[in-house]
Design a protein around this ligand. Sequence first.
Ligand code: EPZ
Length: 422
Amino acid sequence: MATYRIRHCEQLSGECSIHAAKNAVLPILCAALMTKEPVTIERVPQLTDVDTLLEILAECGAGISRNGDELTLWTDEPHSPSSENLLSRMRASVLVMGPLLARTGYARVALPGGCAIGQRPIDLHIKGMQALGAQAQLTPGSVTLEGELRGGNVYLDFPSVGATENIILAACLARGSTRIENAAKEPEIIDLCSCLNDMGAKISGGGTGTIFIEGRTSLHGCTYRPIPDRIEAGTILCAAAMTEGSVLVRGIRPDHMRAVLFKLMETGVTLRESAAGLRVSGRGTNPIQVRTLAYPGFPTDMQAPMMALALKLRGTSVFLETVFENRFMHAREMARLGANIRIEDRIALVTGGRTLAGAAVSSTDLRGGAAMMLAGLAAEGETLLQDPQGHIARGYADLPAMLRSLGADVAVTDLPDISIHG
Ligand code: EPZ
């Protein structure tokens, strides 16, 4: 259970550093199931999604040792986790499928429940495994895959991030070559390929729509430093753009966030890249039109934080959410602050520039919760943000502390439990 108290804030100034990317760290942790040798991952952020995945990987036979923010994992004898409850606790657990199948010829995983933002099926993951020679058996609530993997050709109907990652992982130890077409191009995919290649895999085309994997007989250990979190960075940049002031964000990869940076510039803020990092100055004023798309389009994970910024923009901003079918839940919470947001199916019309009043609001999901923390900065007075499932702590190492370091008044009244979600 977590409750945050956020006070109105007119100016954010100073500097902060970005953590390693949650959505790079999670698949890279699963890659540790691919070898008996130690895989060391540096700068692992303190996230409840990481804690939950480590519990699952331990259930799969991984040994884990921690040294500060450095994690070392090794897996002598991988096996499917027994506890379905554990598996249903997070989406990224589906990524144990590829490694278990590749190493043991068998994987039984719980179907990750749908979650707040959408049904989130795993049909493309299963289709990929079948293309590599696995037989799939669906039972209520779980799927069992069996077979000795051989290389194959896969076309993804949608450039699914998770399905691309699962197929890459499985194909690394398949007999022969694999080609994935219409693959996801996210930076986190490139990072996973880079880590696997450091482990002795033979992958090319990561980040393009077509990825080639030559199967190996085994992989070895490595030490890897994941990329910075482009969504955490974008969230901080949106917070800064909602207020006056000048904020320097250190340790980010601007080349990973072009769509977000261009959209921020459309609002009228000034962005300046330097060796020290990215500086955002001034307040956004111009309304924007956002369409979420697979990478390199505008990321769906930035839709909610950008909508918080839109509350401050003069005029009507338009959001078209094309990736998930239910990703506007934060809009009703913003309306409790007095926001004027009209939802028509996958389109949200946000009339910004209105005075907002602090109120009691809820965190509806990970990025929606972060957006509500930002919206609280814009509201007069005090906003109480209840987060009973600990959504925000799943994906942000310490968002309140980062905002406080820039001058915001954000207090935490309870610590989050490990969250239960699909
Ligand atoms: C990853 O989720 C990210 N999570 C999500 O971030 C992100 O929003 C998403 O990619 C899109 O960029 C992690 O990396 C852990 P998808 P993933 O498979 O892999 C449909 C966050 O806030 N689909 O690209 O689950 C699916 O329903 C999280 O950090 C199928 O239909 O996303 C959705 O509509 C939220 N069948 C679309 O594709 C499948 O087999 C995108 O899903 C798989 C997906």
